[in-house]
Design a protein around this ligand. Structure first.
Ligand code: ADP
Length: 353
């Protein structure tokens, strides 16, 4: 344990837990304490069942106390309370499983995999939706070739578009991508809220959410507002990308979201003689998953057909369902599906204060 974390623990322990009479830390209320080199501190306070209101005050104090420490630039303290399984409300009330597709960095193929995995779930017979929440760089309009605007529903709701057997919504269907990209924190967060609260999905088995890369405000807003069945993390094999994957896994862990698995994209290039060229190293994501104790869902090779189909707005899984790559997507979808029930945790309802 490094010195500053120990000091932070001590500081939080100076706050008395009303139920045990001991410090918050000693009472086991503080989880996932993290102090990054850039001065960002984050942790979760876990309130006992029915005590969320009382602990909200303690959360504020813990946040202020942490912020007052030398070297701290910002603090994110999330309050969670065990109040039974999360209840979905609004337009996602009838969605059975919501899965976040996440990556630590941009450009690793997250959106490409999200769209094709959604098509794979649909091909396996699940009623499936795809919500593109990558507000800073929405790619669903390109990947699915959607050019029309979604229709408004009753009472200020929005109806998803229907393409390739999927229901889909993206901020990119509503505004052009260039204006979405200049949004700052609060605006992006409120766009995300709107996407979650106002889109009426109807009955779905699976809703895949294409998240923005990284572990920022949008991601936290999402995990706080939606009861996720789990997250799938996309990575490339490079060692540098893997450090961020560990951070991503830690974020989901902190908010008690099961990681359904890691997918290694651009794992290798198949040579004409049937060999495999590991351009970015071999097996890194698999090892990282094993070290973190989360499942590995599979490798996706570099496939020029996948890139071309994506650019044309025809997801490969729908346009070339008999290809080896489409088959892989269906296998990864099946593996992820199997992990939903296996990894289901008694999820807390997370109160945002
Ligand atoms: P991200 O969502 O992580 O920013 P994208 O899904 O937009 O990444 O993918 C970035 C680029 O890489 C796109 O041009 C996409 O077509 C291409 N790409 C992604 N995965 C593969 C793959 N397995 N084989 C070939 N090209 C890929």
């Amino acid at each position: 344990m490094n010195n500053r974390l120990a000091q932070l623990q001590e500081r939080l322990d100076a706050i008395e837990d009303p139920l045990t009479g001991k410090g918050l830390f000693t009472s086991g209320r503080i989880l996932g304490l993290d102090w990054r080199d850039d001065g960002k501190v984050s942790f979760t306070i876990e309130a006992p069942a029915g005590e969320a209101a009382r602990y909200a005050k303690l959360r504020d104090r813990a946040e202020a106390d942490a912020r007052a420490m030398k070297g701290v630039t910002s603090v994110v303290a999330v309050l969670t309370a065990h109040e039974g399984p999360p209840r979905q409300t609004g337009g996602i009330a009838k969605v059975k499983h919501i899965i976040a597709i996440a990556s630590a960095k941009g450009g690793v193929g997250k959106s490409t995999l999200a769209v094709n995995l959604a098509c794979a779930f649909a091909a396996l017979g699940f009623k499936t939706g795809l919500l593109d929440l990558d507000v800073y760089g929405p790619s669903a309009p390109t990947l699915l070739g959607v050019r029309e605007k979604p229709a408004p529903g009753p009472d200020k709701t929005i109806l998803p578009m229907e393409v390739y057997g999927l229901k889909t919504m993206s901020i990119g269907y509503l505004v052009d991508a260039a204006s979405a990209m200049i949004w700052r924190g609060a605006m992006a967060t409120s766009a995300v809220r709107q996407m979650i609260d106002e889109v009426v999905w109807g009955e779905l088995d699976m809703l895949l959410i294409d998240m923005p890369p990284g572990t920022g405000d949008v991601q936290l807003t999402l995990v706080q507002r939606v009861g996720l069945a789990g997250a799938i993390i996309i990575s490339t094999p490079q060692e540098m990308a893997l450090a961020d994957v560990r951070r991503g896994i830690a974020m989901f862990d902190k908010t008690r979201t099961p990681v359904l698995g890691v997918v290694e994209n651009m794992a290798y290039l198949e040579t004409p003689d049937g060999g495999r060229q590991h351009l970015f190293g071999e097996g890194g994501a698999r090892r990282t998953a094993a070290e973190a104790g989360v499942p590995f869902l599979g490798e996706m090779p570099i496939d020029i057909q996948l890139r071309i189909a994506s650019d044309m707005g025809h997801p490969l899984v729908a346009s070339a369902p008999n290809s080896a790559t489409a088959q892989r997507f269906r296998e990864i979808a099946e593996a992820a599906r199997g992990n939903i029930a296996r990894l289901a945790k008694p999820a807390p309802r997370i109160s945002v204060v």
